[in-house]
Write a protein that binds this ligand. Sequence first.
Ligand code: SAH
Length: 392
Amino acid sequence: MTVTIHLKPHKEESVLRFHPWIFSGAIARIDGKPAEGDLVDLVDNKGNFLAIGHYQIGSIAVRVLSFQQEPVDESFFRKKIRSAYQERIGIGLVPQPSNNIYRLVHGEGDGLPGLIVDVYGSTAVIQAHSVGMHCVRTLIAGILVQEIDEIKNVYYKSEGTLPFKANLGTEDGYLIGCESDSTAIENGLKFQIDWQKGQKTGFFIDQRENRMLLEQYSKGRNVLNMFCYTGGFSCYAMRGNAGLVHSVDSSAKAIELTNQNIALNFGQDTRHTAFAVDAFKFLENIHDTYDLIILDPPAFAKHKSALHNALRGYQKLNAKAFEQIKPGGILFTFSCSQVVNKEQFRLAVFSAAAESKRNVRILHQLTQPADHPINIYHPEGEYLKGLVLYVE
Ligand code: SAH
């Protein structure tokens, strides 16, 4: 039997503006007893149909899949995945011999809240952020191999992203196929992707275009790539003919990956060195060494409650970089915290510049690429913010 969720008066307004999240506080009553991950109908306080979505216990109680009365079944998901794939073809991202790394499904941005699908050559990695998407993982995996010829293996990686309250006993592993070639290509550069143990689905695909821009600025410069993880920015800087490239990450595993990726593309090129140290410590002793610095730290705030400290963190980090960078240097600085918006991030960087008393000009304002689209009704989806700055 369909479960119906009745919203409190006026709480339908955001749904009528197609916002895909219903917070638990908006719910007046629930007819039926939904299990986590069940499909539920949403109605306003007069009983008018509003939407259908996945139910979950927590602050976001419903993630909307459709604003129409339609079955959310295999053909629904097939249609959505086809449309997401067509969009990636439409923007010229696939198929491309020089690139087989892309995000195929970007949650709310592709009308599938709670679902991420990243593709690395013949392997797709599914990451569920909602119990509802966890429940349909096998269905999704089947659709992926049927719809996209190149996809032969589907790995499920959701241990770290599903709510622990649901007690799902989820295990990461292959839903279809098995371990295969884990070297994939981004813009002609090879990367070893560790989707089993790596962060996110194994790679930060969202920085692809920003890495391309960095390549253009690298010629002859001494580049410092802070928070390097797989060494993505470092590889582009190397290809862009940087004078030297130093990669820094506090994780030894990340440094190992970076060294592997550099070797994969550039052999034993002595221009590159990687350091497994804390970023803040490293920044203490590098005065006037670098004229191109990349700051791409992990999300300093995962929740609104941490916003204030996160902004302080961004300010402190950027102030250090401004103090140390050579005159005429270029700073690529990023924030991937969803709760920090563009204006707040810019203000933190502005405060850092003022603190260091350097003259700073904004050259580019960066964001996420088109395979990480932002649903216009869900502004929260705009999470990656970057600034390219000229430091006089
Ligand atoms: N720039 C990367 C992604 C960075 S992810 C890319 O393009 O792929 C953030 C990285 O910061 C992680 O690898 C994590 O290990 C590292 N990290 C977290 N805290 C750190 C710290 N205090 N000092 C140095 N690295 C840190």
